[in-house]
Ligand binder design. Structure first.
Ligand code: GSH
Length: 201
């Protein structure tokens, strides 16, 4: 497998999960503005949607979209417990959470605040709306270690990735002390440290 990534982008979530599961993979950096890979390929020929993360499988298929990638990877090593078993009610809850993170926090929140083409005078509205969504997650996290309970899982890899963006988007993490404690629990994980180090290299 090859994971196409950009440093600290949403692809970090899949990168962390690949390392958590100790799956063999190659990492290929993408210039997401120029749409070229570090291998010199046209990234649009690999993922016509033009964004990371993209995962090429050993049979040549390309898989995209964070919620699909995370669940696909978790199911390659179900014994690691990074996602509840496919078909279970707990898995439906994970899908609910991943959909919320992808649509409300990522695309409908952070991505709009990062986008230089979104007018600056619209950003306070998006910032406030994102803050309200994060208030809800903070309330859910109160009294538990991870988003779905006491065990780190794929949704945590995704949410951790996005929490790292907040200081760059005009949102002060100090507003949610529970997030600081949550990140401090996740940061020391060897897979997380290794993924961050590899992306910073
Ligand atoms: N819906 C996609 C969104 C992916 C996405 O927005 N990726 C960003 C980085 S976090 C990107 O590559 N942006 C470049 C672009 O949109 O041109 C997913 O879930 O994977």
């Amino acid at each position: 497998m090859k994971l196409y990534y950009a440093p600290s982008a949403c692809s970090l979530a899949s990168h962390i999960v690949l390392r958590e599961l100790q799956l063999p993979f190659e990492l290929v950096r993408v210039d997401i503005r120029a749409k070229r890979t570090a291998e010199g390929d046209d990234f649009l020929a690999i993922n016509p949607k033009g964004y990371v993360a993209a995962l090429t499988l050993d049979d040549g298929q390309v898989l995209t979209e964070v919620p699909a990638l995370l669940q696909y990877l978790a199911d390659l090593r179900p014994e690691a417990g990074l996602a509840p078993p496919a078909g279970s009610w707990e898995r439906v809850r994970l899908q609910e959470l991943l959909s919320f993170l992808a649509s409300e926090i990522h695309t409908g929140g952070c991505a709009l605040l990062f986008n230089p083409r979104v007018p600056e005078d619209a950003k306070p509205f998006f910032r406030e709306r994102l803050g309200m969504r994060l208030d809800g997650i903070a309330a859910d996290l109160d009294g538990r270690d991870y988003l779905l309970g006491e065990r780190f899982g794929v949704a945590d890899a995704f949410f951790f990735t996005m929490l790292r963006w907040l200081p760059h988007l005009g949102l002060d993490l100090a507003r949610w002390p529970v997030f600081g404690a949550y990140m401090a629990r996740i940061e020391p994980r060897p897979a997380v440290r290794d993924a961050l180090a590899a992306e910073a290299a």
